[in-house]
Design a protein around this ligand. Structure first.
Ligand SMILES: Cc1cc2nc3c(=O)[nH]c(=O)nc-3n(C[C@H](O)[C@H](O)[C@H](O)COP(=O)(O)O)c2cc1C
Length: 181
């Protein structure tokens, strides 16, 4: 049988990002029957409704990828108690034009690494967006990492803590069950 096709988005484009580190961990910890691919969406223009008349090819291609996916993983940093603009821009584009939202019914698992609250506030905002977009966002298990605790990530943003890797594996197993249900 073909493995589940899962896309993974990191809300940070910076080199050494700990959220991209979470995505890399997810890619390598994918359970049997699941293949996870990280999506590079750094080529998306800033959303401008005028551009919908000549819909950008990058956005159309990303929407097709999302539609073809069995599920999605998003690792978000917390920026000023919400999600980074690059992620909001991606959701705004891929939910357009009106009536052609790529997220409807899509199973989505969230994770995030940040400061003391471990992106809890950002993920709460993200859940609101995804509920509005009619995605099937997992309520559990919650996944909040304080990325500044020594021993969780190495200097390049790679996840090195075994306990946190177990949490990643648990989240992916739940996503797999949700997709099957
Ligand atoms: C613009 C900006 C706003 C931030 N706001 C918050 C915040 O509200 N809460 C928090 O925990 N960390 C905040 N941080 C710190 C980030 O959690 C930290 O930079 C984190 O490493 C970013 O994730 P990344 O390593 O994946 O880039 C902020 C960082 C930036 C650059």
């Amino acid at each position: 049988m073909k493995p589940l096709n899962i896309l993974a988005f990191s809300g940070s484009f910076r080199k050494g990002s700990i959220n991209s580190g979470l995505v890399r961990a997810a890619v390598s910890l994918a359970p049997e029957g699941m293949a996870i691919t990280q999506v590079d969406f750094s080529d998306l223009p800033l959303y401008n409704q005028d551009m919908e008349a000549q819909f950008p090819t990058e956005v159309a291609a990303l929407k097709e990828k999302i539609r073809a996916a069995d599920g999605i993983v998003v690792a978000t940093p917390e920026y000023n108690r919400s999600i980074p603009g690059v992620l909001k821009n991606m959701f705004d584009w891929t939910s357009r034009p009106y009536g052609d939202n790529a997220w409807s019914g899509k199973p989505v698992a969230l994770m995030g690494a940040g400061g003391s609250v471990g992106t809890a506030v950002a993920q709460s905002h993200l859940k609101e967006i995804l509920l509005y977009l009619d995605a099937r966002v997992l309520g559990q298990p919650e996944f909040y990492v304080n990325g500044f605790t020594p021993g969780i990530f190495d200097k390049d943003g790679n996840l090195i803590d075994e306990k946190t890797k177990e949490y990643v594996a648990r989240l992916l197993a739940t996503l797999q069950k949700t997709i099957a249900s």
